[in-house]
Design a protein around this ligand. Structure first.
Ligand code: SAH
Ligand code: F3S
Length: 440
């Protein structure tokens, strides 16, 4: 049996794609996954190009793998994901050790590309965007986890001025609702209890049901009717397309968690306009207020970019004010990184890297303070948690997740794995909470 080692950089979408690559290679070519690259016949790197740093890692990794190939010439190296999509042939020109280059929309062709590369010794390149055909080729998942991602849409049409995703993952295409529900049903039959509906901009989901266009809210309601699925999340949503029917859902669909990741990027209207985000800070705040009115205990997390070209002290202060006002839960923040083919990369930028880093530190300090305050407030409360598995640090304990995705470690028998339990939060640690199982 052949072995494959996959290394994944970047977002949850890439994690999902890598899982699918493993499923495909297992079904078609009898590959088994290995954790050790030295044992592998096929080395796959699923790359990310969202920021420059992520991209730099690719050629370093290829350099390390080339040494393994020098020892074992039958080993093949495959590069997938967004750097592959962006750079295409330039990858093999710069790194001749690479045998296969494939994009996010052609990952289903990896088994055939591997076969051709092995038989002909020719390099294989396919970074095209053949719509959504890949889903027709993906075998059923054989996961034994209790949570699962399900891709509902691919690509993005928003063209935020800083973002490379529309260029690397192609245009937005939604999967038909029937196909998605079939996948979720089969996951529920395997014991999955929590579904995370995945896409770059899930709020603009337009998948058809009985040949009619629907919405994310419709898909969530249908998903909530599936027996066994008691928790539903979605990532990532765009504030501009957060529709009224979705706001409404927070009133009457308890399966929909009380936590939303809603990237705002900046609190300055001037910067939001330059970013082409299509909303203002006050529209964002209004949306938050409308969701909160339907679900008072809900928490929000976000993504932020600091140091966008021309960001002034005042612009940055607007971001800090918005952060304070929303009181965000655990969030992500980045220094702006110019990306190829994006309009922001052409904008004049007179802010020094030093100031940008300083602003990032100030923002991150504030975000940590706020999320730690939320954790502190959870101590003493009883939380409905999904038990994910054995605790990473202590095999005698179990690990569960709260609705706002905090890790809780607690003592219990293994028979609770995969179940929802009530846990009383007794302590707050740096990256997790401690809890005590409540008896009914
Ligand atoms: N689809 C998602 C985000 C995809 S990228 C959305 O609608 O927001 C994930 C995050 O990376 C973004 O939210 C943004 O905060 C950050 N990001 C994207 N491009 C970036 C760039 N050029 N420089 C720095 N951060 C960036
Ligand atoms: Fe990128 Fe904006 Fe789409 S951040 S993924 S272009 S919504």
């Amino acid at each position: 049996m052949r072995k494959v080692f996959i290394k994944t950089h970047g977002c949850q979408m890439n994690e999902y794609d890598s899982e699918k690559m493993l499923d495909l290679l297992a079904a078609k070519d009898d590959f088994t996954p290995t954790d050790n690259p030295e044992d592998a016949d096929l080395l796959v790197l699923n790359t990310c190009s969202i920021r420059e740093k992520a991209q730099e890692k690719v050629f370093h990794q290829i350099g390390r793998w080339k040494k393994l190939k020098d020892k074992n010439p039958h080993v093949k190296i495959a590069i997938g994901g967004c750097v592959a999509s962006q750079e295409g042939k330039k990858i093999t020109q710069r790194a001749p050790a690479v045998d296969i280059v494939f994009g996010p929309q052609t990952l289903h062709r990896l088994p055939n590309m591997y076969k051709d590369a092995s038989q002909t010794f020719n390099r294989q390149l396919d970074v095209s965007f053949p719509k959504i055909e890949k889903f027709d080729y993906l075998p059923q998942s054989n996961t034994d986890e209790v949570t699962a991602f399900v891709s509902i849409a691919e690509g993005c049409n928003k063209y935020c001025s800083f973002c490379v995703v529309p260029h690397t993952r192609g245009h937005e295409v939604s999967r038909p609702v029937e196909d998605i529900l079939l996948e979720i049903n089969s996951l529920a039959n395997r014991g999955v209890r929590e579904i995370n509906l995945l896409g770059q901009n899930v709020n603009n989901f337009k998948g058809t049901y009985r040949d009619k266009k629907t919405s994310l809210a419709f898909l969530i309601e249908k998903t909530s009717e599936i027996k066994g699925i008691d928790r539903i999340r979605y990532t990532t949503s765009h504030p501009y397309e957060f529709k009224d029917d979705l706001v409404e859902l927070y009133k009457h669909v308890p399966e929909l968690v009380s936590h939303v990741h809603l990237p705002v990027q900046s609190g300055s209207d001037r910067i939001l306009k330059l970013m082409r985000r299509r909303y203002t800070a006050s529209r964002y705040l209004d949306l938050i207020a409308r969701i909160r009115a339907n679900r008072p205990n809900i928490s929000f997390s976000s993504d932020f970019i600091v140091g966008f070209p021309g960001e002034s002290d005042k612009d940055f202060q607007d971001t800090m004010d918005l952060v304070e006002e929303v009181a965000f839960d655990e969030s992500f923040s980045f220094v702006y990184s110019p990306r190829p083919n994006t309009p922001a990369a052409e904008m004049e930028d007179d802010i020094s890297q030093e100031i940008k880093k300083e602003r990032l530190a100030i923002l991150q300090h504030k975000l940590n303070e706020l999320s730690s305050k939320i954790s502190r407030k959870m101590v003493g409360t009883t939380e409905n948690c999904l038990v994910i598995g054995v605790s990473k640090k202590n095999p005698g304990e179990l690990q569960a997740r709260t609705e706002n995705n905090r890790v809780v470690n607690f003592a219990s028998n293994h028979d609770k794995i995969g179940k929802f339990v009530n846990i009383k939060i007794v302590d707050q640690l740096t990256n997790s909470l401690r809890g005590k199982l409540e008896r009914f």
